[in-house]
Design a protein around this ligand. Structure first.
Ligand code: BGC
Length: 371
């Protein structure tokens, strides 16, 4: 099953069985620079991502587990952090799990208090995807395919989703999404990796220096549903237009930070999609300790910055360390939360005669590469 080009290639290996006996496969993508990404077909989960620091030391910088059982355990399901997973049909929350479309009201599964979160009880993060590895001039990758049947988690229409992960030789991980439906339905796919650029298991991301290219964010109510306001970041702890340590203002006396327990907010990058061949620069994160740099570009109009506020040490990760509050951050490229109930937000409705397309590129480098 290996597709080797020197060190470069994709290897597939068994990664265990689901409780119903279905087998899960782990795909390891290796590029010419020695960077590796491991993805499994369960949930399309990124299990590991190893990138060099400024001295060339390669470390795993995403939160997760060594074994499939880690992702299936009681403790993990209780915490439900969606480590590394593909999220669908809808990234983030829909108010009361309810929306109207073409005169019909739909009730989705509610799995976050009264709200719908990340696709419901059994979102795309818990589905077994069909997988096809590939190796070509663009890089090493795996194509994942999942059919979400009409009515799944309450959604209308049969949705066919394809997600392609490609690791390029210049240390970028490209995640491209495509979906088609036979009835109008909301679609908002994203990737839910938690990064700690000092290496997973490191206790805190608060010293990471973050830039977000967003002039506004969408404030939330007590249940983390957008109020509908689009608020300028100027003069608030949400202004990351200049590089700022994540921890600098996270403890400020601010109602929005209090509601999120820290940052758990959608930033407005734009009010429309960028063309597929011209994703916009969304964010940059620098870890001053290791020198690792992560840059994210996307065609999506929004970016959820989540500072790992609900991590609580109740699960222990790959390196044997408990994942503490704020030991990882997520930057989820997406449309805005609750868009099906917000006509003023960019639309998330996919019609049967359309194709959903979205691209996000995560580029890894170090501050030693800077001139
Ligand atoms: C949400 C958080 C949620 C986390 C894990 C993030 O995308 O914004 O509110 O707790 O996912 O479920």
């Amino acid at each position: 099953m290996a597709h080797h080009v020197g060190n470069r290639g994709v290897e597939a290996a068994p990664f265990g069985e689901l409780p119903d006996g279905r087998e899960v496969t782990l795909y390891r993508l290796t590029n010419a620079d020695g960077m590796t990404v491991e993805v499994m077909n369960y949930g399309g989960i990124i299990v590991s991502l190893k990138a060099p620091d400024r001295e060339g030391n390669v470390e795993d910088i995403v939160l997760g587990f060594d074994t499939l059982d880690g992702y299936l355990s009681e403790a993990y399901r209780r915490l439900n952090p969606y480590f590394g997973a593909l999220i669908g049909r809808y990234g983030n929350r829909i108010d009361q799990g309810r929306f109207s479309l073409d005169g019909t009201t739909y009730q989705l599964a509610t799995n976050d208090g009264d709200n719908h979160l990340h696709g419901g009880e059994e979102g795309f993060d818990r589905r077994l995807w069909q997988a096809e590895p590939f190796s070509d001039e663009n890089g090493e990758g795996v194509i994942l395919h999942y059919v979400s049947e009409d009515g799944e988690e309450g959604y209308p229409g049969r949705l066919e989703a394809t997600v392609t992960y490609t690791l390029t030789d210049d240390n970028a991980l490209e995640v491209s999404y495509r979906a088609e439906t036979d009835r109008a339905t909301p679609v908002n796919l994203t990737q839910h990796s938690y990064f700690n650029l000092s290496g997973e298991g490191d206790p805190s991301i608060l010293d990471h220096v973050l830039t977000i290219h967003g002039d506004a964010f969408t404030p939330v109510d007590e249940t983390l549903i957008p109020t509908g306001e689009i608020r300028d970041v100027a003069g608030t702890p949400f202004d990351f237009r200049q590089p700022t340590p994540i921890g600098r203002r996270i403890g400020d006396d601010n109602r929005q930070l209090a509601r999120g327990g820290g940052y758990d907010h959608n930033f407005v990058l734009a009010m429309d999609n960028a063309p597929l061949d011209a994703p916009r620069s969304a964010a940059r994160v620098v870890d001053p300790d290791s020198g690792r740099v992560l840059e994210i570009a996307t065609t999506e109009p929004g970016l959820q910055f989540y500072s790992g506020n609900f991590l609580d040490g109740s699960v222990t990760g790959k390196g044997g360390e408990p994942y503490l509050k704020r030991s990882g951050f997520a930057l989820e490229t997406q449309h805005f939360p609750d868009s099906p109930n917000r006509p003023d937000f960019p639309s998330t409705i996919l019609e049967p005669d359309e194709t959903y397309r979205s691209l996000t590129v995560y580029r890894f480098s170090t501050d030693a590469d800077d001139d």
